[in-house]
Design a protein around this ligand. Structure first.
Ligand code: PLP
Length: 389
């Protein structure tokens, strides 16, 4: 029988949880378009609306503010719109301010022209430089409104960002805020009002739901971006197209469990800290010459499930292959769609050079990760280091 693999790459995609699988499978058996008025259609509609309530609960808002999409990438593209409409008509945003450590789906700038986009920096700990943002905004000549994008927790380092502080700076200068809560969801309590965000994006597959579902959450359903997909009136006229009822059902079920397991996720910090202590020992033994070792964001507040580290001189790509052969799945920085390991823009933004960034390995755990699995990672890592000259 083949050896069971050890999966330590939850930030890339988490395993489907049983509750989500069940909801997904039973919705797959419905023959219905949720927009149909007959009984079948109404059954599908009921499933979607139940999921909407559960997604809303995850972020402490009302179901009417939740717009289902195919994932967070689409939600970002939808939200990053230069034209917003509110109760008093349309607002034209002049500029877009995006933190240097955003996920590529936000860094791409949505529907803003590239010339209107400014990247604001982070410090060496992986935290956004709030003073720099304040200065950038203070230097604006115009008083036209703008959008700021900041993630709640970074997918590579796990560093938790000062979102509420950035929200109040943005407000002070007449701006709006989009928060990428993809990695924070299910790991930190999230309250839309506390964050003071206008828009928030979520992804189902990071919290144990199926891939291919996500949401844009509005602070107030009357303040919204221009639709990206036009056609039918689905999703409050914000996202045309027949809803993916089964994926949405699974997403909703995953949200219920994500709320229930928040306490457990918080306690995973003890497992992470014990793991990091051992990792430091192993790497320092190897490091007795001149290699430098670092856990990124170690002295900042971080998600309890993420350890991103680098041992200078290691090639992350080769290390990943070696760990993979030992049956262990981890990642280098962020997983990229091409399957090719690229230098992390996050670590670069934190001021790390190519050698350090090129050695970065990310271990990200989940609700069912056992300490023994991390021990096996450490064994494999240690024997990989011993094989190096
Ligand atoms: N934002 C962050 C922080 C992510 O980690 C990811 C996925 O890796 C995304 C957005 C995109 O999510 P999706 O896969 O649902 O498009």
């Amino acid at each position: 029988m083949s050896k069971q693999r050890i999966y330590l790459d939850y930030n890339a995609s988490a395993p489907l949880i049983d509750e989500a699988r069940l909801a997904l499978l039973s919705a797959l058996d419905l023959t219905a378009n949720a927009s149909s008025v007959h009984g079948n259609g109404r059954a599908a509609r009921a499933i979607i609306e139940k999921a909407r309530v559960n997604v809303a609960k995850l972020v402490g808002t009302h179901a009417d503010n939740v717009v289902f999409t195919s994932g967070a990438t689409e939600a970002a593209q939808l939200a990053i719109s230069p034209i917003l409409s509110g109760k008093n008509g349309q607002i034209e945003l002049q500029d877009l301010y995006v933190s240097a450590i955003e996920h590529p789906c936000v860094l791409a700038g949505g529907r803003f022209d590239q010339s209107r986009q400014t990247i604001f920096p982070v410090n060496s700990r992986g935290l956004v430089d709030v003073d720099a943002l304040q200065q950038i905004l203070a230097q604006r000549q115009k008083d036209a409104p703008f959008l700021v994008c900041l993630m709640l927790a970074n997918n590579e380092t796990g560093v938790i960002q000062p979102v509420a502080e950035v929200a109040s700076i943005a407000r002070q200068f007449g701006g709006y805020l989009l928060v990428d809560a993809v990695q924070a969801a299910g790991r930190l309590p999230i309250d839309m009002a506390e964050l003071n965000a206008d828009f928030l994006i979520l992804s189902s597959h990071k919290i144990g739901g199926p891939q291919g579902a996500g949401a844009l959450v509005l602070a107030d359903k009357s303040f919204k971006p221009q639709p990206l997909l036009k056609g039918g009136g689905q999703e409050f006229h914000l996202r045309a197209g027949t809803e993916n009822t089964a994926a949405i059902a699974g997403f909703g079920a995953a949200c219920v469990v994500a709320v229930e397991r928040l306490d457990h996720m918080r306690k995973m910090i003890y497992i992470r800290d014990a793991f990091e202590e051992k990792l430091i020992d192993i790497c320092r033994q190897k490091n007795n010459s001149h290699r430098s070792f670092e856990i990124f964001g170690a002295d900042a507040e971080r998600l309890a499930n993420t350890t991103c580290f680098s041992l200078c001189g290691i090639n992350a790509e080769t290390a990943l292959i070696s760990l993979d052969l030992d049956g262990i799945s981890v990642s280098s920085g962020s997983a990229c769609s091409s399957g090719k390991v690229e230098r992390s823009h996050v670590l670069k933004a934190m001021g790390r050079d190519d050698e350090i960034a090129g050695a970065a390995i990310r271990v990200s755990t989940g609700w069912d990760t056992r300490p023994e699995e991390l021990e096996l990672f450490l064994e494999a890592w240690s024997s990989y280091l011993k094989r190096l000259v």
